[in-house]
Write a protein that binds this ligand. Structure first.
Ligand SMILES: *Cc1c(COP(=O)(O)O)cnc(C)c1O
Length: 457
């Protein structure tokens, strides 16, 4: 059979409110052309994020009912811990309310001023938590990742030579850990190969530096290893994930991604002394070590979700539906980051809308048009989010890329929804020359993309 179907059927439906073009125009004006400021009831297909937006399975809903809300010693924690250990293999499993809480606890135990932490690409909360702990976050993605249209199979890889240089320059004592983000979210949702993790581990081991995995999309990454890396074709995806984590000393995880849950996260380590300090901090700000800021029912949903994320029919469908979207729009001429990632498609708005100057935010303009055309909400990852100030003149400098991310919630939409998105994108592409840029009329001093308001140029 050629057609890869959704390997599930629908048991509960969540109605989508279909809006008219006039309603969308009014909603855009009210939101100041910032899609973060839209009401979700005005959105037809929400591709803002894949985080916390998964549809849970019947087994997860059933597990929820089993949740034991005892303050201490809940059997829900035991089931959670067992599921995490089964896949990740680390000695200590510390639950947290989200991935960023795991990051904060890890970095406040390990990092201090003067430290540097290399990563293929830090996710924004990872970078912010490191900087808050006083450390410097250094991104060293592989060179192939710089050419958006290059279809290299492992563009999420770390530049190992750059890592060696950093270790030589700063000395291992200044590097409390090295992190690898799988898949590389900020770098286009691209996977990291096992060979790359192994090479990074070699550098870490030679220098006595612990290796941590930012594991949010571990199942998608393991799937890509099986599909693309020589030697892994016959292996189970779970055994690939286990092999990968066996190379690391610990991990941080947001269960809102490949945990298939709506909330939750965890922190793992093999280091007894560190685990003790981390649990002390956990009690201070998150909760007792058997719930860490989560309800017992959340722990149950995650325990089941982590295993379901490794089901191979699910992963085949997941990768196929993301690639389906990417391949259809790119064969119509729309420039995207190649190859299609695991959780999202990134459109290269600077190439698609060359007539819009970078500081009139082509990616924001494209995101606005997708909403206007069909009620689709996406997110700008360009100069609205990442512009820098010129240190001398104080004027705004554009970000290196102008991307629009279409993140696909897990198990939530069907192929006809994806076909609708493709149709909308082709409609916008056909009238691309008439699309106008935007100017900011109101902005916050930090993280302005969440609240800025715009006007058409
Ligand atoms: C989402 C994410 C995080 C943070 O997790 P939250 O649950 O949102 O706090 C960290 N790293 C990566 C790569 C992520 O995608």
């Amino acid at each position: 059979m050629k057609t890869i179907i959704e390997p599930f059927r629908v048991k509960v439906v969540e109605p989508i409110r279909l809006t008219t073009a006039e309603e969308r125009e009014a909603a855009l004006a009210a939101a100041g052309y910032n899609l973060f400021l839209l009401q979700s009831r005005d959105v037809i297909i929400d591709l803002l994020t894949d985080s916390g937006t998964s549809a849970m399975s019947a087994e997860q809903w059933a597990a929820l009912m089993r949740g034991d809300e005892s303050y201490a010693g809940s059997p829900s924690f035991d089931r959670f811990e067992e599921s995490v250990r089964d896949i990740f293999g680390f000695k200590h499993v510390i639950p947290t309310h989200q991935g960023r809480a795991a990051e904060r606890i890890l970095f406040s135990t390990l990092c201090q001023r003067g430290h540097v932490v290399p990563n293929n690409t830090h996710f924004d909360t990872t970078r912010a938590n490191l900087e808050y702990a006083g450390a410097e976050a250094i991104d060293i993605p592989c060179v192939e990742s710089r050419v958006l249209s290059d279809p290299h199979p492992f563009k999420g890889n770390m530049d190992v030579a750059a890592l060696e240089t950093i270790v030589e320059r700063h000395g291992a004592r200044k590097i409390p850990l090295v992190m690898i983000t799988i898949t590389n979210n900020s770098g286009g949702g691209q996977p990291v190969s096992m060979a790359n993790v192994r090479a990074v581990k070699d550098v870490c081991a030679r220098n006595g530096i612990p290796l941590y995995i930012d594991a949010c999309r571990f199942a998608e990454n393991a799937w890509f290893i099986r599909e693309r890396e020589p030697g892994y074709a016959g292996r189970s995806v779970k055994s690939i994930a286990q092999e990968l984590f066996a190379l690391a000393d610990g991990c941080t995880m947001s269960a809102k991604k490949d945990g298939l849950a709506n909330i939750g996260g965890f922190l793992c380590t093999n280091d007894d002394v560190l685990a003790r300090q981390e649990r002390d901090l956990l009690i201070l700000t998150e909760g007792f070590p058997t719930y860490g800021g989560l309800a017992g029912r959340d722990l149950e949903a995650i325990a089941v979700g982590l295993q379901e994320a490794l089901h191979e029919d699910y992963l085949a469908y997941r990768a196929a539906s993301t690639a389906y979207l990417g391949d259809h729009v790119s064969s119509a001429g729309i420039p995207i980051v190649q190859p299609p990632g695991g959780h999202a498609i990134y459109v290269d708005a600077a190439s698609m809308l060359p007539h819009i100057p970078r500081l009139e935010y082509p990616a924001q303009a494209l995101a606005v048009e997708l909403y206007r055309e069909a009620g689709i909400r996406t997110v700008e990852i360009g100069s609205v989010m990442f512009a820098r100030k010129d240190p001398i003149t104080g004027s705004e400098l554009p970000a290196p890329n102008e991307l629009v991310r279409l993140a696909i919630p897990r198990r939530a939409y069907t192929q006809s929804h994806v076909d609708y998105v493709i149709e909308a994108m082709l409609g916008v592409y056909a009238r691309r020359e008439s699309i106008r840029g935007l100017r900011i009329v109101d902005q916050a001093p930090f993280l302005r993309h969440f609240t800025a308001r715009f006007e058409l140029c």
